[in-house]
Design a protein around this ligand. Structure first.
Ligand code: GCU
Length: 657
């Protein structure tokens, strides 16, 4: 049967014969003691049956040929961690909690799917971050803000009576990579989600997700007390408003006892918030945290803000509003910070808030949906982008952003990572078959940000596409270079925000007029007859000054090319370290981006025999669009910037067609 991508990385197709033969004698039975979750056993049965062609029995005794699942409260692991061993007593999956056994089961299946030898197998793993969430920007009318794979997964009009089978498969896939929460609605939230009608629908989703350890969360509309509750105000310090939220919270918990909590976008892009009443973000967040009372939920308060009529540097605004609030948040609050200070561009430096709020837990927000990286049309494997951010020290050695996020740097008790989801109602979930890899990689890195991007890619390729060794390595190479290709053909050398107005697709570097100056492209690239780039050094906006002295030194005078035009306005004729002028380098990078896509096409053509024909054709089609659009970006940007530089195209750069 042609593979339509529905099964994601949980395909469980027959393994190569040699592996099956080696595995078979060890996988005869599954032994589950009381307390072992049914979902784990079911997954193991289905997985082993599919992968080996032989159905294991459930029952019998621990020993050779058995996979035994055990809850072991004294295991050295955290609450959700697990260990997997294989020896004379067979294969043993242990965890301190039933949730840990779900993760152990998926990890064991992953070991089989990636052809690991079972002799002497010894894996132990605990998540480094506590809240590992997908953020769905899904609306109650079925649309998705910045969603490119069909409409919403959630069929609000059918729920709670009709429960689509996809919800369970969504939970399985998410849990298999360690995701433990799902914010089901858009951060530009409708108050309707807080009505009893919608809470019943949410409860039905929670029931499906629960066996997989996935909690549901809601994005809330801050003015709901007024619009929904008929209060005079939504002022967070008003006692009636506080009572309203407390009662609303109780109403939610009556239906969903393990409800995860709230995500809030406030006083940003027209959304209401505490500042409407002269209060601070901390006042708003703390009010909701108090409304949660003794319930287990948390508040995730977003730092993505920029003022309505700002004439400063947008890259500084989140920092300026939030840094003074450090230490002022309730213990149930996490501040959710986008990876970079502007908005999910193909490349941004890490957000200066990371490292700057030692008394407030900050959680990471990445975007899986490719709002600025070619939607679901362009192949861009994002793990290298996530890693680039997580692996960068905020100050000296040992201060990686990942260590801010996992709490180890400042001793945060609460830690989290969120990914803005790229899922939709398309049969293959993400539109582009390779979009699945970003969902996969996000979960794996939220669990353990120290994993290597290429290792995660290798796992995903084995589980999803092929075991053929040469094909695995070509596909991995193609994936690993893909994000840099996008950076090159869209926004090389630290350029950003050159995309088409509103839609955020295609180039529009000439955009000079919009509802606000910081929604134009010229605001960001600042090209003129002398040079190009946004001067964010001390002689400019000094956004660079928001970073630690170590970072200021690194990205100051000798700024690496990746961030050059993010922080500096540079003369066209300025010599780069490689001897080229800035203008030539810019042209070469745009052109290199296009050439990388052509190379990706060759790599993909080379694996034709090793992958499913339907997936092959699908991806080949998208790559040909990507090549055309990479040229579109290069030609538009180079020709436009040439009107300022007035310099010729360097030798070897393809002339605009
Ligand atoms: C971007 C995006 C919006 C989104 C916003 C946010 O600006 O274009 O659609 O609402 O980010 O993250 O809140």
């Amino acid at each position: 049967r042609a593979d339509d991508g529905y099964r994601l990385w949980l395909k469980y197709d027959l393994l190569p014969a040699a592996n099956r033969t080696a595995y078979a004698p060890r996988l005869n039975r599954i032994v589950a003691s009381p307390g072992v979750p049914e979902a784990a056993v079911q997954e193991l049965v289905a997985g082993i049956r599919g992968l080996t062609g032989k159905q294991p029995v459930v029952g019998g005794k621990e020993g050779m040929g058995a996979i035994t699942l055990k809850i072991n409260p004294s295991l050295v692991a955290n609450d959700e961690g697990y260990s997997i061993t294989s020896g004379s007593s067979g294969i043993i999956l242990s965890a301190r909690s039933s949730q840990g056994l779900i993760y152990a089961s998926f990890a064991f299946l992953r070991a089989l799917q990636t052809l690991q030898p079972l002799d002497g197998l010894s894996i132990s793993s605990s998540p480094k971050v506590k809240y590992r969430l997908l953020n769905h920007w899904d609306n109650n009318n079925g649309t998705i803000e910045r969603g490119y794979a069909g409409s919403s997964l959630w069929k609000w009009f059918d729920l709670p009576d009709v429960v689509d089978e996809r919800y369970r498969d969504y939970a399985r896939a998410s849990a298999s990579v360690g995701i433990n929460g799902s914010v089901v609605n858009n951060v530009n939230a409708s108050a309707r989600f807080l009505t009893p009608e919608y809470l019943d629908k949410l409860a039905a989703l929670a029931d499906v997700f629960r066996p997989y350890g996935i909690k549901v969360y809601l994005s809330v509309f801050f003015a709901a007390p007024k619009t929904l509750g008929k209060q005079q105000t939504s002022d967070p310090l008003n006692p009636e408003v506080r009572k309203w939220w407390a009662a609303k919270t109780d109403e939610i918990y009556a239906r969903i006892p393990d409800f995860g909590g709230f995500l809030v976008k406030a006083n940003s892009e027209g959304e209401p918030g505490p500042q409407d009443y002269g209060r601070t973000h901390a006042d708003g967040a703390n009010m909701l945290a108090e409304a949660l009372g003794n319930h287990p939920g948390i508040v995730m308060w977003r730092s993505f803000v920029y003022k309505a009529n700002s004439n400063g540097d947008r890259a500084k605004e989140g920092f300026e509003e939030f840094k003074p609030l450090d230490g002022k948040f309730h213990p149930k609050v996490l501040v959710q910070v986008k990876n970079g200070p502007i908005d999910f561009q193909p490349r941004e430096p890490f957000h200066p808030l990371f490292g700057a709020m030692p008394r407030t837990p900050l959680m990471m927000e990445f975007q899986l949906t490719q709002e600025y990286l070619g939607f679901a049309t362009h192949l861009a494997y994002l793990a290298p982008m996530f890693k680039e951010c997580l692996d960068t020290p905020v100050a000296g050695a040992g201060t990686e952003v990942g260590r801010v996020v996992d709490g180890s740097l400042h001793g945060y008790r609460m830690t989290g990572m969120a990914g803005v989801a790229n899922t939709g109602s398309d049969r293959n979930w993400t539109g582009h078959p390779f979009g699945q890899a970003n969902w996969y990689a996000f979960g794996r890195l939220a669990w353990d940000w120290t994993l290597a991007a290429d290792q995660v890619a290798t796992e995903w390729i084995h589980m999803t596409l092929t075991h053929q060794p040469e094909a695995v390595s070509s596909i991995r190479e193609m994936m690993m270079g893909s994000r840099e290709a996008v950076v090159n053909y869209m926004t090389p050398l630290g350029l950003h925000h050159l995309m088409g107005h509103n839609l955020h697709y295609g180039p529009e570097p000439w955009l000079a007029k919009s509802a606000r100056p910081d929604w134009t492209a010229v605001y960001y690239h600042r090209a003129d007859s002398l040079g190009i780039g946004f001067n964010r050094s001390a002689s400019g906006s000094n956004a660079l000054g928001l970073y630690s002295p170590e970072i200021q030194a690194k990205w100051g005078e000798n700024c690496p090319p990746e961030y050059l035009l993010w922080f500096h306005h540079v003369a066209w004729s300025q010599k780069m370290a490689n001897g080229r002028t800035l203008w030539d380098e810019l042209c070469y990078r745009y052109d290199a981006g296009v050439k990388s896509v052509a190379r990706m096409q060759q790599q993909w053509n080379g694996v034709k025999k090793a992958v499913d024909p339907e997936v092959f054709t699908h991806v080949a089609g998208r790559l040909s669009i990507q090549l055309r659009e990479a040229r579109w970006w290069r030609d538009a940007c180079v020709q436009y910037f040439q009107t300022f530089s007035r310099m010729p195209l360097p030798v070897g750069v393809e002339k605009p067609g």
